[in-house]
Design a binder for this molecule. Sequence first.
Ligand code: 2AM
Ligand code: CA
Ligand code: CA
Ligand code: CA
Length: 270
Amino acid sequence: MQTSSLAALKEHALHCARSAGKLSLARMSEPFTVEYKTSASDLVTAVDKEVEKHVIDLILAQYPDHGILGEERTFAGDPSQYETLWVIDPIDGTTNFVHQQINFSVSIAVYHKGEGLVGAVYDPSRDELFYAVKGEGAFLNDRPLRLERHVRLEEALLCTSVFWNKRAEQMGIDQIVKKLAGKVRGMRLLGSAALEMAYVAAGRLDGYVSLSLNAWDFGAGRIIVEEAGGRVTSMAGTPLPFDQKSSVMACNPAFYEELQHYLNLSESHG
Ligand code: 2AM
Ligand code: CA
Ligand code: CA
Ligand code: CA
């Protein structure tokens, strides 16, 4: 992709992220319907769907030949058929959107032939836009983000997402938190994977781990963390896919190997 078109792509992705976040924030103060998706711990609101449609309209108005992979599946085409694919989550942290009215985000990433070009995570409650362009670094509201501090695992503040539905036992807290208890300074659960990964890039957290996320949860966060100098892979150490589910570990590079070692122990040594 040419430099001029990459700059335009970045501007449009940032515009979409800001516009979507502002729409979510505006809708939060009005009544909206909340439905159970798979269980009482997996919600979707009318706002998730409306915001996704809004982002799709914005993308296609500028780039009619691009494809879109979004959580709420409101794109009419088949996402696998496009060279350039926008991977979007209109509201990441829907439970927070409904309950806390803070700590949710919009996540927008652009991939070309599987390569991540632009990632944007916007937190409308705090007006914080985290973004990165491949090869050009990561930023928070235009301030460069660079993970320069050497962090040891015992000094690290880590975050994870766990599921509270029936899959909780399989995907649960015991598998991650028990393995890391006694090894790290602390663990947090913020409830928006995209925002948690953006916080790793900003040095507010030192690492993020999840046993299973969808492509739209980590698509943007992965580009932002990598551009900030962090390491992002699956828990097995393989590169993340751009259009499929995966486990995720994203962290300060200083303790990547050590963290991976503990996460892959078959028995808990906590
Ligand atoms: P979501 O809000 O877009 O669904 C914490 O729950 C994090 O895990 C959020 O980023 C959430 O994204 C994501 N997540 C993915 N699948 C989930 C599920 N089945 N139930 C709850 N959260 C899920
Ligand atoms: Ca969801
Ligand atoms: Ca999500
Ligand atoms: Ca979502």
